[in-house]
Design a binder for this molecule. Structure first.
Ligand code: G16
Length: 544
């Protein structure tokens, strides 16, 4: 038993978790007591930590190791009896979720700001996942926030820094600390879901070279072990595979803008049949065919439509789900399969209850997240393996996608991000939309007539909790839709996200460029929200 030290502290303002935990600049996180306050607030909400267990790990970004040492000391000070920590402090978000579930811990702390850039001047993040392996619900994150506003002290112990590099077990006082291989449990889980022999056969055929861009973030070691070592993809199939604490100065957001190297590799006279990238903490994915891009909404629908070829889903799916701004391509597949399709607010935390209740198996979001009930996080490599399993069965990705559109029609989708907008102005834009919502129906904007408009509100079908103000939806009478919401993951100013979709069934119009297919609804959205007036911007910073 080591006696804890009680340290006096003062509350910080602004420690409210966003869409996925607390994300701030490293500079703010490393202010004296800042991290400690958030951790103690989390422990206070977990309550009675004596004898409890935690998984701890992160995406390897700058400040990861220091934060883990602090968490170890505070966990011991608060009475935790077991900590499971990834070697070198590395755990991808889905791997952390896998470990929480496999070892039945009371939860986990994941250190990541996802795809946000890393380094001393950049971002850090922290989030708490519960014993189901999933992100804490809104009621829990609200309770943590309440704690942060009145905290006066925290508990820690005075011990030397732990060696995070060596796999093994150390006992400190009453706490058993396991430094474990970051990859093996996760790799084993993947092998239990997918048809590894079939994928291996496909990948070992020299006509089927692939490229996975780990973007110098956390997935490198996972991808090398699974794709190259276990499945036999050619060495070098994984690029940028070494996690660096500044992500090599890059922006590991797997989209067409930030995954430039991969996009280049897949273009022109490339011989690659499949390409993919993941993000900072390994939960997002982008998939590409040869000179062909599948957007995340379509990818989700296509995986669900082909789930019967994957051993882990052969028995069928309980149901599926998507976040509200994600296109309705999934709904069409669910209808054909005769299963329920749930529509939740943005944020993976909203899927957990449906999975825990056995109502839903596969879900996803437009923000490059796809996953299933194998863990309670979105899972980048899982999606990559899913696609490889489907491709190994049916062949060319482009053909799979085109057949899908011929069967179900195509939901053109795009998201425009206006980044680092003045937060007050962005707030006014949203307030203006809310105030005028009821007047939109029957009004014409840039040639489209509004059918209905609302502010999305979600009632969780399992616990009845209500999440209001989750995004303004405007539906037009030609079936197209636009959604406005502010991002909950940024650290500077505000990011306005505008999501567009429209549906096309005409076989001759299934191959349009999405911005072209969506041009009417894009123009109407500008008029509905007076984007230029409020933000002084005419063009988005990022288009996905
Ligand atoms: C997080 C959440 C996702 C969400 C995304 C974007 O992803 O886990 O559920 O869709 O942020 O959220 P927002 O639109 O509020 O920025 P990640 O990969 O950043 O953890």
């Amino acid at each position: 038993m080591i006696s804890p030290t009680t340290v006096s502290t003062q509350a910080f303002s602004g420690q409210k978790p966003g869409t996925s935990g607390l994300r701030k600049k490293v500079k703010e996180f490393s202010e004296p007591h800042y991290l400690e306050n958030f951790i103690q607030s989390t422990f206070n909400v977990i309550g009675n930590c004596l004898g409890k267990s935690l998984v701890v790990g992160g995406d390897g970004r700058y400040y990861n190791r220091e934060a883990i040492q602090t968490i170890i000391k505070m966990a011991i000070g608060n009475g935790f009896s077991q900590l499971i920590i990834g070697q070198k402090g590395i755990l991808s978000t889905p791997a952390a979720s896998c470990l929480i579930r496999k070892h039945n811990t009371d939860g986990g702390i994941i250190l990541s700001a996802s795809h946000n850039p890393a380094g001393p001047e950049e971002d850090f993040g922290i989030k708490y996942n519960g014993s189901n392996g999933g992100p804490a619900s809104e009621s829990v994150t609200d309770a943590i926030y309440q704690q942060t506003m009145s905290l006066t002290e925290y508990l820690t112990v005075d011990i030397d820094a732990l060696d995070l590099n060596t796999i093994g077990e150390t006992v400190v006082g009453d706490c058993r600390i396991h430094i474990i291989d970051s990859v093996s449990d996760y790799a084993q889980l993947m092998a239990s879901i997918f048809d590894f022999p079939k994928i291996a056969q496909y990948l070992q055929d020299s006509d089927h070279p692939i490229c996975f861009d780990a973007m110098h973030a956390v997935t490198g070691p996972y991808a090398v072990e699974i794709l190259e070592n276990r499945l036999g993809a050619a060495q070098g199939s994984v690029i940028n595979g070494i996690p660096l604490d500044d992500f090599g100065g890059g922006h590991p957001d797997p989209n067409l803008v930030h995954a430039k190297e991969l996009v280049q590799n897949m273009s022109g006279d490339s011989a690659l049949v499949f390409g993919a990238a993941s993000d900072g903490d390994g939960d997002r994915n982008m998939v590409l065919g040869n000179n062909f891009y599948v957007n995340p909404c379509d990818s989700l629908a296509m995986l669900v439509a082909n789930a019967h070829v994957v051993p882990g889903y052969k028995e069928g799916l309980a149901g599926v789900a998507r976040s509200m701004p994600t296109s309705r391509a999934l709904d069409r597949v669910a209808q054909a399969l005769g299963i329920d399709c749930y529509e939740t607010p943005t944020g993976w935390k909203f899927f957990g209850n449906l999975m825990d209740a056995g109502k839903m198996t596969i879900c996803g979001e437009e923000s490059f997240g796809t996953g299933s009930s194998h863990v309670r996080e979105k899972d980048g490599l899982w999606a990559v393996l899913f696609w490889l399993n489907v491709i190994a069965e049916y062949g060319d990705m482009e053909q799979i996608a085109k057949n899908h559109w011929l069967t179900y029609g195509r939901d053109y989708f795009s998201r425009h991000d206006f980044e680092n907008v003045d937060a007050t102005q962005a707030g006014k834009l949203m307030a203006d939309l809310r105030a005028n919502l009821h007047e939109f129906p029957r009004q014409r904007f840039a040639g489209l007539i509004v059918e209905r408009a609302d502010d999305f509100e979600y009632t969780d079908p399992i616990d009845g909790s209500v999440s209001a103000n989750q995004g303004i939806r405007v539906f037009f009478d030609n079936g197209s839709r636009v959604i406005f919401r502010l991002s909950g993951t940024g650290t500077v100013g505000a990011t306005l996200r505008i999501y567009y979709d429209c549906y096309e069934q005409d076989a001759d119009k299934l191959d349009l460029e999405p911005q072209q297919a969506l041009r009417e609804v894009i123009a109407a959205a500008q008029a509905v929200a007076k984007v230029k007036y409020y933000t002084d911007r005419t063009e988005p910073d990022v288009i996905t």
